[in-house]
Design a protein around this ligand. Structure first.
Ligand SMILES: Cc1cc2nc3c(=O)[nH]c(=O)nc-3n(C[C@H](O)[C@H](O)[C@H](O)COP(=O)(O)OP(=O)(O)OC[C@H]3O[C@@H](n4cnc5c(N)ncnc54)[C@H](O)[C@@H]3O)c2cc1C
Length: 637
């Protein structure tokens, strides 16, 4: 589309190889045999891991049904990740409008077209990992210990860590190997490109009393260069990592462009017996002898369960779907909302300005010939900081290191974290090397769904200026959204309600996060570049004093941007606590049906959700093997 802007033209000039990606094509099963041991719905992050691990058992036949198609060369270029949102690799969902009330109070996504938030979801073999920003973060130890204490045995940090490590092929030297795996399918690396601002970001850590650390090891809190799923400077999607290496297994079949419409249930035996899907406008049905594994993601897995008669009974009845199993499907929706228009102007050419990048062919050459250069920056994001806005940073700083938090209990002093939760992060700040000032083609505006008049008023005067963005992200929202059906038609979009900032606490924390980001840009490290907050008041917030707390609260309701970290709609929990699946990810009340994707997370983790979804896939594959009597090598530390 034209939204790909100048980049696409330049890329096409330098990349004319026939293969869609550097790793080649996957098989496409046009003729699908009528029965499988397992059918996996969705070849996303969760589904790809499962497909790989289950076909390790030669006697098991596995079919993967995926609505999307193959990745292409464009999806491999890390810096271009944001523009993929405006391609057919994105399902293109939008939420219900986040309107303010009669008195003009409340609301969210108010500066977006129609007051609706854009909610991107990947539609491809590889799922959302084909369009995501490639950040590799696991969350904190406390996140998983909380899952376990909610009644989910086996999900404590100690128990899930081996599954993170099993996937991993760490390419970053000197990281603590007690927390990192080598030889797994999933590459984890730094971008080979480092801007000057990346150094400024790390320098600011010390000034603010934080440490520079590996957020995937002992401590989450601190500043770090982004760890990302990259190989030779290119994206490593779930497909590239987990599917392509095993594509020659005779017991694995992948059917692309196959849109699942329903899971067939035998309501007498209360068991999943098959899957209906549409391919090339024809309806198909496959039988399943062992299990249906639902991996369609947080927005589509609940949709498919409800279409199949599993969900809140009143809601299903209201749209004419016979109820097979009453469960709280679609509730408990959580996401990481952010404010991605916090812009700082700088006085040197140290950021990504689209027109400048695209007009320099050296960037494309560096990328295609050597796998280096600024095109390898994942989604334009260079640095991550995990903060706790309620605690003075000094107490965590490099000059006052706290003991404890060793998983291995080999610290001299006792573990203080368990007692005072001192590794809890309520805000993450991502440093993006560009800003809406540099978005000359308007693609980022369209991706975020911001109204054109809004962007013109705020950024118009500074168009083409060097600027960077600090994006504060609310880590643990109290507000909950939901997914429901608009009708019984499987081709209708589900109804998506975000409910951002319904809880005042969420807004208050976001305001604190924004102020932390401003403090960060005010450190000496950034002052070297004369980092200056864009001095323009946002439309809709001009009746409040610029840069005051109420002003930032107002701005947060205007620019409520998602990170696409939707979780929770098929909650893993005891049934009496509104669980949809049990701790072995089995849907309550229905045999032969599990959910294995981000939707099972009972609460959202700190950081980004892709690595945790891979972990869920790894752990689920062991549970499935155990439940069908296959030998599983114990995963121990
Ligand atoms: C723009 C964006 C940026 C992100 N950046 C990061 C990041 O940097 N780091 C990070 O950790 N996380 C990131 N995430 C989140 C992360 O990628 C997801 O949490 C993760 O990929 C979810 O995996 P999943 O298996 O639950 O779902 P998905 O990967 O979305 O897989 C679901 C699959 O099911 C298919 N499907 C759905 N319905 C049907 C149907 N009816 N029939 C057939 N197939 C169907 C879909 O096409 C898709 O392929 C980002 C997300 C977005 C949207």
């Amino acid at each position: 589309t034209d939204s790909l802007g100048l980049f696409e033209n330049v890329m096409r000039r330098f990349y004319q190889f026939p293969e869609p990606t550097s790793e080649g094509l996957l098989d496409d099963e046009s003729h699908v045999p009528p029965e499988y041991d397992f059918v996996i719905i969705g070849a996303g992050s969760g589904g790809s891991v499962l497909a790989n691990r289950l076909t390790e058992i030669p006697g098991w036949n596995v079919l993967v049904l995926e609505a999307g198609g193959e990745e292409i060369f464009l999806t491999e270029i890390p810096l271009l990740a944001p523009v993929l949102d405006v391609t057919s690799f994105n399902w293109g969902y939008k939420t219900e409008p986040g309107l303010a009330d009669d008195k003009g109070k409340g609301g969210f996504c108010l500066a977006m077209e129609g007051g609706r938030c854009n909610w991107p979801r990947g539609k491809a073999v590889g799922g959302t990992s084909v369009i995501n920003y490639m950040m590799y973060t696991r969350g904190s130890r406390g996140d998983y210990d909380a899952w376990e204490s909610m009644g989910n045995p086996g999900w404590s940090f100690r128990e899930v860590l081996p599954y993170f490590m099993r996937s991993e092929n760490i390419r970053i030297p000197k990281l603590d190997r007690r927390y990192h795996g080598t030889g797994g399918f999933l590459d984890v690396a730094h971008s080979p490109y480092a801007s000057k601002l990346r150094d400024a970001f790390l320098g600011a850590a010390d000034e603010m009393g934080y440490r520079v650390n590996d957020y995937n090891a002992e401590r989450l809190l601190g500043f770090s260069v982004a760890q990302a799923n990259l190989r030779n400077g290119r994206r490593v999607s779930a497909s590239k990592a987990f599917l392509k290496p095993v594509r020659d297994r005779p017991n694995l079949r992948i059917s692309k462009a196959s849109r699942v419409t329903r899971i067939a249930l035998d309501s007498q035996r209360r068991r999943a017996i098959g899957v209906e899907f549409v391919r090339n406008r024809r309806r198909h049905f496959v039988r399943v002898s062992k299990e249906v594994l639902l991996c369609a993601g947080t927005l589509n897995s609940p949709q498919l369960l409800m279409l199949s008669g599993i969900g809140p009974s009143e809601h299903l009845r209201s749209i004419g779907i016979p109820v097979v199993q009453d469960l709280p499907v679609g509730l408990n929706l959580q996401d990481h909302v952010s404010m991605s228009a916090l812009t700082f102007l700088v006085n040197e050419s140290v950021t990504v300005v689209e027109a400048r990048m695209a007009s320099n062919p050296a960037n494309a050459l560096d990328f295609f010939l050597r796998g280096t250069g600024p095109l390898t920056i994942p989604g334009g994001a260079e640095g991550l900081a995990f903060l706790n806005t309620n605690r003075p940073a000094r107490s965590l700083g490099s000059k006052d290191r706290r003991p404890g938090n060793s998983l291995f209990g080999d610290d001299d002093e006792p573990n203080v974290l368990a007692e005072n939760d001192s590794d809890h992060s309520d805000i993450e700040i991502v440093m993006g090397l560009g800003a809406l000032t540099g978005d000359t083609s308007g693609s980022v505006r369209r991706i975020l769904g911001l109204r054109e008049d809004f962007v013109k008023e705020v950024f118009g005067r500074y168009e083409g200026h060097d600027a960077f963005t600090l994006v504060p992200i609310l880590q643990h929202p109290k507000s909950r959204g939901r997914v429901t059906l608009k009708s019984a038609d499987p081709f209708h979009w589900p109804k998506l309600e975000a409910n951002y900032y319904e809880e005042q606490d969420d807004l208050d924390t976001m305001v604190k996060g924004i102020k932390k980001a401003i403090e960060l840009a005010g450190t000496k490290s950034f002052k070297r570049y004369n980092a200056t907050l864009l001095p323009v008041a946002f439309p809709g917030c001009r009746d409040v004093r610029f840069n005051s707390d109420p002003y930032w609260a107002c701005v947060s309701r205007q620019v409520s941007t998602t990170l696409g970290h939707f979780v929770g709609t098929c909650k893993m929990a005891p049934r009496e606590d509104f669980g949809v699946v049990d701790a072995r990810l089995r849907v309550y009340g229905i045999k032969g049906l599990r959910v294995v994707d981000a939707s099972v997370m009972p609460t959202i983790i700190s950081g980004h959700t892709n690595a945790p979804t891979f972990m869920i896939g790894e752990k689920a594959s062991d549970m499935i093997k155990q439940d069908w009597g296959e030998f599983v090598r114990p995963s121990r530390l």
